[in-house]
Design a protein around this ligand. Structure first.
Ligand SMILES: Cc1ncc(COP(=O)(O)O)c(C=O)c1O
Length: 428
């Protein structure tokens, strides 16, 4: 990385300059009553750069066909799927043969849990967590119909971290699967997934990591992590709506997937039912290239040509560094507003730049609607982190207001957001 400028935490000024990327996002031109829109809805899906839009359009115009045909567009489609696997392998530190595609994370996780469930029965146990999105709870909870016992790890409600003592206690010799999120999409907690995977390895359990929220906020290295399966979704990191599943070679090979008879036995195709979202894969390739191009600006290339993996890591590191001071300023600013309560880990704790809060006297929906009218887009509710929101005692009052920072957000937008929340708080 090039030497970053010193950051000014109090102003939220980023340590590095990513302002060049704003020009790449056509949606940032959107205005409401002449005011530019600030997109803080990233954890629900980021904005999409033009290169991704172009790749989708290009596929549909020039390369659109089904697979394995004896003609150009079909051959191009086969190539795109293979390049898609290579791209996502570079994104996750995997091998292309370990990358499968699907409709979204939830659908892939259901297919995965059904396949794993074929080997489970009464007496077996699965460990999930109270912090997770329902997409990494529901598919496992449903296996209770096989007589499997599902245990859910407690969350410390003061700082929304996982109770790791409870985790250690719940994992035992009967544990067959541990399903845990990399980071919380509701409050930004980053979990000690390395330790979680070790716990699984100690008892011979299959480990499944939901990296959907984390994927935009830090680089992922599945080999270093050692997990068996990891899932993410391209629409959370600038891509189209497309689910991605990493399966460690041996783990993927022994998976008994539900599939059509003519479908390949070998991974990764064994879990890919029906025709894939080809244009989505074309867009996902462009999304990884987009992140690589960010990395190009910060990587020292004087010692040789970097690999795409190197560029992805540099790009994700730059994004993380860019967002950190803005998140700090956001949390500090929110805590100064009367009636605001911020939920989640401390500023310096392992966390993403996703920040959630409540405002006394207003429902989260009222706050989000007021902000929305001002052209400031934020989510409200439980974001399918239903159990966490219940544990926080917020289920009946509409959950949380969630602000998600993305690399196209600026410190000026954060100031505008804080001013708007303050004015809503003062007005009462
Ligand atoms: C942490 C987390 N896991 C899983 C999902 C579900 O992903 P998908 O929409 O691809 O099914 C989401 C979606 O918001 C999420 O934030």
């Amino acid at each position: 990385m090039s030497t970053p400028m010193p950051s000014s935490a109090s102003s939220g000024a980023p340590a590095i300059d990513l302002s060049f990327i704003r020009a790449e996002f056509p949606s940032l031109q959107l205005r409401i009553d002449g005011q530019p829109v600030s997109f803080f809805d990233g954890p629900g899906g980021t904005q999409v750069p033009k290169c991704v839009i172009d790749a989708v359009v290009r596929y549909l115009i020039f390369e659109n066909a089904n697979t394995h045909g004896a003609f150009l567009t079909s051959q191009k489609t086969d190539e795109i799927i293979e390049e898609g696997r290579r791209s996502m392998a570079d994104f996750l530190g995997a091998d292309p043969s370990e990358i499968a595609f699907g409709a979204n994370m939830t659908t892939l996780n259901y297919a995965l849990s059904r396949a794993i469930g074929r080997d489970l029965g009464p007496g077996d146990e699965i460990v999930i967590t109270d912090l997770d999105h329902e997409a990494n709870r529901g598919p496992w909870l449903d296996l209770a119909e096989l007589g499997v016992v599902i245990k859910s790890v407690r969350v410390n409600t003061e700082d929304c971290t996982l109770d790791m003592d409870d985790f250690e206690e719940k994992v035992g010799p009967k544990t067959r699967v541990i399903a845990c999120g990399y980071a919380s999409n509701a409050v930004g907690t980053v979990n000690d997934v390395k330790r979680v995977v070790e716990m699984g390895q100690e008892v011979g359990a299959i480990t499944v990591i939901d990296a959907v929220h984390y994927a935009l906020h830090g680089s992922i290295d599945v080999k270093n992590l050692g997990c068996d399966f990891l899932l993410c979704s391209a629409y959370k990191f600038f891509g189209p709506h497309l689910g991605v599943l990493y399966g460690r070679k041996d783990a993927f090979r022994s998976l008994k997937t539900y599939k059509l008879a003519p479908q390949e036995e070998a991974p990764p195709a064994k879990i890919e039912t029906g025709t894939l979202n080809h244009e989505g894969i074309a867009g996902a390739i462009a999304a990884v290239d987009f992140i690589s191009r960010i990395g190009e600006r910060f990587l020292d290339t004087s010692r040789g040509v970097p690999s795409r993996r190197d560029l992805v890591i540099a790009g994700m590191t730059a994004i993380e560094e860019y967002e950190k001071p803005m998140a700090k300023r956001l949390i500090e600013g929110l805590m100064q507003i009367r009636g605001v309560k911020v939920y989640g880990p401390p500023i310096d704790g392992p966390r993403t730049s996703t920040v959630s809060f409540t405002l006394e006297g207003k429902t989260p929906k009222e706050v989000a609607s007021d902000l929305g009218r001002r052209g400031i887009f934020v989510w409200d509710g439980d974001f399918y982190a239903t159990t966490l929101v219940k544990r926080l005692g917020l289920a009946e009052s509409g959950g949380l207001v969630r602000i998600g920072l993305a690399p196209y957000n600026t410190p000026e937008e954060v100031e505008r957001l804080l001013e708007a929340i303050e004015s809503i708080a003062i007005r009462g």
